[in-house]
Design a protein. Structure first.
Length: 252
């Protein structure tokens, strides 16, 4: 397990960010008098772009900094010193840093967008699976167990249990259909405060105005689910409501 953790994609990117520019500049040292420094800078820039494309900000910044430092040390006069005397070399070094940072930010944005798209696809798959279970007429208790687990994972909960025909018992906080969480008369800022841990949270389940029950949830201390995650949890609960419709509902 430790080996897998150490050789994660981001750790490898950090190692490459430090080592790859150094290796390339050392390779170029014997030829530094036979080609312009701008050509060497372009070669280093390719390394920076390759590392930054991973989308890990620290690695991208380190690659840009490493490329600039080793370009200065090995390929600009006076050699072997972190000193630049020619204006063209100064401009080239600055461009290495600026372009490296710019490419890194673009890659980070793309990585986040891809991760968000994958999360949404996962949410939709989960909702579709629950909907298919309802349509197939499967066991309501099995669906409730499945949905309870999905909601617990989605919202980072310590527990999530379904209670038939109950609402408000124990005066818990409540997750509303619009994704807001209220405790008493106060609407919580979940993004900043997280879900409350000193009280249970209930998510009511109803279908066409007919009350079926509630999911009673207890959050982990560091649970800060996004609005999107809360709305997906509500969509899961709606599937349970659809499955329970007509099985001895209790009017609200």
């Amino acid at each position: 397990m430790r080996v897998q953790t150490w050789f994660s994609r981001d750790r490898l990117a950090v190692i490459a960010a430090v080592v790859a520019p150094l290796v390339l500049t050392v390779i170029l040292v014997p030829f530094r008098g036979s080609f312009p420094n701008t050509d060497a800078a372009l070669a280093l820039l390719l390394v920076v772009v390759a590392v930054a494309a991973n989308g890990y900000r620290l690695a991208g910044y380190l690659a840009a900094l490493s490329a600039a430092v080793w370009f200065d040390f090995f390929l600009t006069r006076p050699y072997g010193e972190l000193t630049i005397t020619r204006r063209a070399d100064i401009e080239t070094t600055v461009l290495l840093l600026v372009i490296g940072v710019a490419v890194t930010e673009i890659a980070v944005w793309g990585r986040r967008g891809n991760a968000a798209a994958n999360r949404r696809a996962g949410y939709l798959d989960g909702i579709n699976a629950a909907a298919q279970a309802v349509a197939a007429g499967g066991s309501a208790s099995e669906l409730i167990d499945q949905v309870s687990g999905r909601i617990a994972d989605l919202l980072s909960l310590r527990s999530c249990v379904f209670q038939h025909g109950k609402a408000g018992l124990g005066r818990p906080a409540r997750l509303l259909p619009n994704g807001q969480v209220v405790a008493g008369q106060r609407t919580l800022d979940v993004a900043a405060e997280g879900l409350p841990t000193d009280t249970d949270i209930e998510l009511l389940v109803e279908t066409a105005g007919v009350f079926q029950g509630r999911f009673l949830m207890r959050a982990n201390p560091a649970s800060h689910p996004s609005l999107e995650q809360r709305l997906v949890a509500i969509a899961f609960a709606d599937q349970v409501g659809a499955a329970l419709a007509g099985t001895h509902p209790v009017d609200l």
